[in-house]
Design a binder for this molecule. Sequence first.
Ligand SMILES: [Zn+2]
Length: 511
Amino acid sequence: MFIPVLLLSQAEKPDLSMIYKIKQEGQRNSAIEDLAFGLTDFTGPRLTSSTGGARGNEWAKKKMEEFGFQNVRIEEARSFSNGGWDNLKTYAAMTAPYYANFACNPVAWTGSTKGLVKGEVVLLDIKSDTDFEKYKGQINGKIVLMPSTTTYEVSFEPYATRYTEEQLEQLSLASQQQGRRAPMGDMGIYAAQMALRNKISEFIKTEGAAVILRSSGTFNVPRSGNARYTAGNPEPVAELNLPLEAHGRMERLMKRNVPVEMEVEILNRFFDSPKIFNVIGEIQGTDKLLKNEVVLLGAHIDSYSGGTGAADNASGCIVMMEALRILKNLDVAPRRTIRVALWGGEEQGLNGSRGYVEKYLVDSKTKEHKTDFDKFAAYFNMDNGTGKYRGIYLQENDMVRPIFEEWMKPFADMGVTTIAIRNTGGTDHQSFDAVGLPGFQFIQDEIEYDRGYHSVMDTWERLIMADLRHNAIVTASFAYNAAMRDAKLPGKPVMKQPANSQQNQRVPMMN
Ligand SMILES: [Zn+2]
């Protein structure tokens, strides 16, 4: 009776001499800084299906080849209805009552202005159906300012924080909401708001506005965003995100009847690009029986169009690449294959990872498992910025807790101590979790997360190299352990879905 239990617990003891080597390689011979430069300053922003996105994919492929990974490839993941989009020029300034230039960021997949547009700004304050009439014939060729949707309040909270012991303790406790969905809110009000928004968009288009300006972003840093667009349709009206300060100044002037004039020029390029791609490389397994089983490491390589997508998610990509580089440089001979996949199109709905699942693991129509499903050992994801790992979310999978507890022990003195039973969402591990495969994301300190994400500020400066080195070391170790243990990581037992389940009905916000 005792023997199998004893064997199991021994099997979870990580190979400490290998952990030592991983720590040494990851600290003394780190490629993190080189990779960080490559995937931020060098490649620039990597919007899905943009020229920068393709540049990022090519860069990652070349780096993987340099590192000596095997089966390196840029692989088609899914079709993409938006098509390609590049921003080529953006300028916005207030010219009356006085001159002030503004930081701004065009909304991806919106159109261009006809050269430089100059003139009075119209505040389009439509709150209900009866408000449309007064703007009829008033906005043709005009610069249109949409009203603010948020107000600014000074925050006394620090932007970057590390988890305290108390917070980690809190995180390790099962929450009462576990397994339940947040209430949906009043769907009637939501539907009415959406209907009005669509009507306003339609009105702006048919009335022929030159450009739409929205408030998005703070600290004079505009946020990025993207429009819903299907390739082949007419280009949407040019649209620009102005940070709250620039937008608010003009809105306040106009509300006090001070005429505001601006000049705006936006040049965007739409082009044929109907596919989303993943960049993949691996170290092949060596065990006769297990070599075709796969331990998968992943992060999304696409970003928004502002900034250089440093924290979101160059950080995850370079950690995963560095983890595999560490193992490669140590000449490990893993029993299973360890593969790294940099996903495309995450921000528009986890496209790269879902495409991978559809291609290799589960038929999207019949839901039947493909041959690789039973060879899938584990997935580890990183997409919470530059902050260092403090533990891991179990994604409700109790079965892996004793395994991860042992795997984390060599990193306790580096602050990796916490196991949280709860789900964490918004990114690519969900694609695997959703089909019953063991997919996980690490707990990370929150470093300038709200400020940097999806804004023009998400650049090289947001990265903490020491944290990324730490993350690569822990990832390499987890990947190695998963590749060496006798069995794959346990997935969650299949349960019958409750009849009224709303699971997977709504696309969540993407990290
Ligand atoms: Zn992300």
